[in-house]
Design a protein around this ligand. Structure first.
Ligand code: HEC
Length: 103
């Protein structure tokens, strides 16, 4: 009777991984929480960095680093505050929106 249990677990994990990202939700979050620093086109703003031209994986890994409080560049503290409350789904949605729209 171990097989059915294993199958259920594998199915659940598969579904979690296959959860589609929601770029419109990412856009709404970007506009309310990120655009004031990174600009409406992601190209930066008054000395704050451009985030355009990055792929999904890069953006996801950066946001997870900031959320975890890891220092990446000289001004990481500014990003840690902004990433601290992001959920995994928020990060996935933001990355989907940013990578598809800020080329
Ligand atoms: C208060 C201004 C500010 C806000 C708001 C802000 N950021 Fe940032 N962001 C920065 C700064 C400054 C850096 C560079 C940090 C460093 O030196 O490590 C950065 C870096 C990044 C990077 C990495 C860029 C790279 O080339 O590695 C990404 C991705 C990013 N921000 C996404 C976001 C997202 C998504 C949001 C909204 C949830 C957001 N930022 C909100 C200021 C901000």
């Amino acid at each position: 009777m171990k097989l059915p249990l294993f199958c259920a677990a594998a199915l659940t994990m598969g579904m979690a991984n296959a959860q589609p990202s929601d770029a419109p939700a990412g856009q709404a979050l970007y506009e309310s929480a990120c655009a004031q620093c990174h600009g409406s086109k992601g190209r930066g703003n008054m000395g704050l960095p451009s985030i355009a031209g990055n792929d999904t994986d890069y953006i996801v890994s950066r946001l997870k680093q900031y959320r975890a409080g890891e220092k990446v560049g000289a001004a990481s503290a500014m990003m840690m505050a902004n990433a601290a409350d992001l959920s995994d789904a928020d990060i996935k949605n933001l990355a989907a929106f940013i990578s598809a729209n800020f080329l």
